[in-house]
Design a protein around this ligand. Structure first.
Ligand code: ADP
Length: 172
């Protein structure tokens, strides 16, 4: 039987921390499927299409990885629908531990045959989050150590366009 793991998340955008976790898990499972969540509250910087595009480009050298949209519904149902019996998550600190253990326990109540497996973040990526990267980029900082070049370019483009739009709106 093929061992398939589902890695769900918002990936807004994908970072070197996520990629490290995906690379490591791709050695443990036959297939790792990344489910990128659609967020109806629209609080993401990137649209779901953009997040998928950035993840695809960043992961193109890992053969047993694929990407799907997680457009709603229970994560355990998404896992079951693709034949995955593992949900993969990452933990960086005790805060993540609290959060992830709650979700894992809840998921278990919904489908007891699906296990959550957590990988501990690599030491040098333990402080890394998508939101921290966005904040550094917003203030013009250097994010090249934390994201692939395609993501770095996309964030700066996004903020450049936002600034242009704001200036345009101000003049109206
Ligand atoms: P979510 O909105 O579901 O938390 P994220 O994209 O922020 O989505 O994270 C997806 C998963 O990846 C979570 O389990 C998170 O703890 C983990 N993760 C985020 N950043 C890192 C990192 N730097 N190293 C390892 N795991 C990480």
């Amino acid at each position: 039987m093929k061992r398939i793991a589902l890695y769900p998340g918002s990936f807004d955008p994908i970072t070197n921390g996520h990629i490290d976790l995906i690379r490591r898990s791709s050695q443990l499972y036959d297939e790792v499927v990344i489910a990128i969540s659609f967020n109806s509250s629209n609080k993401n910087l990137f649209s779901i299409e953009e997040r998928i595009g950035l993840a695809k480009e960043s992961l193109k050298d890992i053969p047993n990885v694929s990407i799907i949209r997680h457009t709603g519904g229970l994560t355990v149902d998404v896992a079951a629908s693709i034949g995955a019996n593992v949900i993969l998550r990452g933990i960086r600190n005790t805060q993540d531990f609290e959060y992830e253990s709650n979700i894992a326990t809840l998921n278990k109540t919904q489908n007891s045959s699906i296990e959550t497996v957590v990988l501990i973040a690599a030491e040098h990526y333990r402080f890394l989050s998508s939101s921290m990267i966005k904040e550094i980029a917003l203030f013009g900082g250097d994010i090249s150590l934390f994201v692939p070049p395609v993501v770095e370019t996309a964030i700066y483009e996004k903020y450049k366009n936002d600034v242009k739009r704001d200036l345009h709106a101000e003049r109206q």
